[in-house]
Design a protein around this ligand. Structure first.
Ligand SMILES: Cc1ncc(COP(=O)(O)O)c(C=O)c1O
Length: 419
């Protein structure tokens, strides 16, 4: 396994602007090859899809290549990769189509750990169909989403379980495979939100037991486009509203209107880029993606350990609890300061961190933190460095000092250990 962060950083032209990006959970920078692919496609003779002239055949090939790329990234059948503008839009599409198969008295299960994009579309669809919503809760003391509770939540009327592969607020990775086994034993489908997880980990949607796995390319070095992956037979069982003349085949019938060919080529380029993060990786693109994601994860996890230890050492900083082994994303508060003020102060130092509830609406509501501004989120991506972690910790420590809550612990310790 090999991973050279400086080589990796060279692939991201926007890093030259000098910002420190701990905002990857909200969206990463794109790799140069992605920007090139988008621009090249836009500069090329690319027509709308047809088989009767070459520029139209080109767009067909772009779509096919993008489906194959996403299938290599998350596992699955390229013929079951549906594209849409965002994970939110795709989830609404699937929720509406699935709800047409539900009858009053059926049940679905959603979780309070999830981003609202994997909650509200289901709750609203259930409301219209007279379907009961059951809620899985997380443990506020640990940030875990216990899989065992699903044994009580899932019953013979359960039609769907919606669950995240990783929390975008605190990084928790629930035992999705265990939950999926319970769901499948009851005949329910499992919709997995992989938007946060895909950026950080090797992904095998089938091993998770996902009947649907949704992911957004702008979280993993790609453009603003999303994909939902399911078996073709699973798509085939659903009949979304669609135009009369548009294709009835799957996954095409879930893709409304003309696809963005330039962004699709960017998606293909992003997966190719990810496959090359570990230059020592060999084999098929799927194998190289898995090896590269593992190498990138090892790098990010090491930085994350330093970040968490450093945050804990600063007086006045409270990281929100999260179980070990999650994605490298932490939410914290600095004493009583509103999170937006902390994030703005860090932003003034050219350090990008997010603040608020980041649409983890149920999580922050249950934690009682929504009304007081949520939290500050720092998320590590594979282009981050140990120096950047140090800069963030110093800036938080200085901020704590300025607020009169910290003792400058991090700065002191850092300076003592730096000759
Ligand atoms: C875990 C998670 N799910 C869903 C979404 C929504 O993704 P999109 O912006 O593609 O709709 C996000 C976006 O931040 C997310 O972090």
């Amino acid at each position: 396994m090999s991973f050279d962060v400086h080589q990796v950083r060279a692939a991201y032209p926007a890093l030259a602007e000098g910002y420190v990006h701990f905002d990857g959970a909200a969206g990463t920078l794109v790799a140069e090859s992605v920007a090139d692919a988008v621009a090249t496609t836009m500069r090329s003779a690319v027509g709308n899809r047809t088989t009767v002239f070459e520029p139209g055949r080109r767009s067909n090939r772009i779509v096919e290549a993008a489906r194959a790329a996403v299938a290599d990234l998350v596992g699955g059948d390229p013929a079951g990769v549906a594209f849409g503008p965002s994970a939110t839009a795709l989830t609404y599409t699937v929720a509406r189509a699935l709800a047409d198969t539900w009858t009053a008295g059926d049940e679905i299960v959603v979780s309070r750990l999830d981003h609202d994009a994997n909650v509200r579309p289901w709750v609203q669809a259930a409301g219209r169909a007279g379907v009961t919503v059951r809620w899985a809760g997380f443990d506020p003391a640990t940030g875990a989403l216990p899989a065992a509770q699903y044994a009580d939540l899932i019953g013979e009327r359960t039609r769907l379980v919606a669950i995240t592969a990783a929390s975008n607020a605190i990084g928790t990775r629930p035992d999705v495979a265990a939950v999926a086994r319970l769901a499948h034993a009851a005949g329910a489908l499992v919709y997995v939100d992989g938007v946060h997880a895909t950026a950080h980990l090797p992904t095998d949607a089938a091993a998770l037991g996902a009947d649907f796995y949704v992911t957004s390319a702008y979280k993993w070095s790609g453009p603003h486009l999303a994909a939902c992956v399911a078996a073709p037979a699973t798509w085939n069982a659903l009949a979304p509203d669609k135009l009369r003349p548009s294709p009835d085949s799957v996954p095409d019938r879930f893709e409304f209107g003309t696809l963005s060919f330039e962004l699709l080529d960017g998606v293909r380029a992003a997966v190719d880029h990810l496959a090359g993060l570990d230059p020592a990786a060999r084999g098929s693109r799927r194998e190289r993606v898995l090896a590269s994601q593992a190498a990138a994860h090892a790098h990010s996890s090491a930085l994350f350990g330093t970040l968490i230890d450093g945050l804990r050492a600063i007086d006045g900083v409270t990281p929100l609890p999260a179980p070990a082994g999650g994605c490298p994303t932490v939410s914290f508060r600095l004493d009583a300061e509103p999170p937006a003020a902390t994030a703005t102060a860090l932003g003034d130092e050219r350090i990008c961190v997010y603040s608020g509830d980041y649409y983890a609406y149920e999580y922050f509501s249950a934690m009682g933190l929504r009304d007081t501004g949520g939290a500050v989120r720092a998320s590590i991506y594979h282009y981050n460095t140990a120096d950047e972690v140090s800069r963030l910790l110093s800036a938080v420590s200085e901020r704590a000092l300025r607020l009169g809550v910290g003792a400058g612990d991090y700065i002191d310790a850092h300076e003592r250990s730096t000759p």
